[in-house]
Design a protein around this ligand. Structure first.
Ligand code: ZN
Length: 294
């Protein structure tokens, strides 16, 4: 069962003293680099090869030495994976915080990766992405912004109808680190409600805008029944560096278990569209398979 794997994963993480799982490494919109600390480069986490649709995405335990490269603006600081010093056993709060550690990569030694598409839906670019994904038989996770989705329920349903996962990327794409808990809750809850209403299914994944996680956002998303997902491959497509550069960045960085970040909203995404058309068939030829984590 998925839950068993997750429990095992958490225990594994708790047993690795000093491991810091996460950092809000990059932004889908503000960071120049994009690699998160678990970027798939180091020794991978436990190899758990679960067949595609039933994949249990375990948190990837970064090696203890893997300190976040660009991490950690103060208020969006990484979450400790270990229980607080001085407590005999993990407190409920610590357990909850640990449970909410973002997933930066899939635990897989196979060429299994996840494609995530942020900031839509967009009336032009989202259908273009859907068409490419359909052509190549790729399932993806779409992190939708509530205010972009609110008047596009047909498009939201179409994404789900094509077998992709819909996930919560807040209502208005703010920097959550600067909001009160009530404001964070409102951002997440409104979006979850919208997605649930549109598709009949609750959102199970949440991504902080810019990857700028905060304690409050992790806790509130957990309370709302969502798990946080980061990424390990960021071609910085939102900055429109050119189609070939987006393509090269993905192809150079991808490895088994990668979570790839692309964007279909927030601006002109024609370069992203062109890059997807280029790199997806290359990766498929190389034996990569794509999953949308359950
Ligand atoms: Zn975003």
């Amino acid at each position: 069962m998925v839950s068993d794997h997750r429990i095992i994963g958490r225990r594994l993480l708790l047993s690795v003293a000093g491991v810091t799982l996460l950092s809000a490494a990059t932004a889908c919109g503000s960071s120049p680099s994009g690699q998160d600390p678990s970027a798939g480069a180091g020794p991978a986490a436990k190899a758990v090869n679960v067949p595609s649709p039933a994949l249990a995405p375990l948190p990837s335990a970064s090696p203890p030495s893997a300190s976040p490269p660009s991490a950690a603006p103060s208020s969006g600081a990484p979450q400790p994976a270990a229980p607080p010093v001085g407590s005999a056993a993990p407190s409920a709060a610590a357990a909850r915080r640990n449970a909410a550690a973002p997933l930066f990569s899939l635990a897989s030694d196979d060429k299994l990766v996840a494609l995530t598409i942020d900031d839509g839906p967009d009336p032009v670019y989202t259908p273009a992405v859907l068409s490419i994904l359909e052509r190549y038989g790729v399932r993806a996770t779409f992190f939708l912004v509530g205010e972009n989705a609110v008047n596009r329920s047909a498009l939201v349903r179409e994404i789900a109808r094509q077998g992709h996962h819909l996930a919560n990327h807040t209502w208005s794409h703010p920097d959550l680190r600067h909001l009160s808990e009530a404001q964070v809750r409102d951002e997440l809850e409104r979006t979850s409600d919208l997605l649930h209403t549109a598709t009949g299914k609750p959102a199970t994944w949440f991504r902080a805008p810019g990857g700028d996680w905060s304690d409050v956002a992790l806790r509130v998303s957990n309370e709302l029944g969502m798990r946080p997902m980061g990424w390990s491959v960021d071609p910085v497509d939102w900055a429109r560096p050119g189609t070939s550069r987006i393509t090269t960045r993905v192809l150079d960085a991808i490895r088994p278990g990668s979570i790839v970040l692309n964007h279909d909203g927030g601006g002109d995404r024609s370069q992203t569209i062109a890059a997807l058309k280029t790199y997806l068939p290359v990766l498929i030829d190389e034996g990569y398979r794509f999953t949308a984590p359950a």
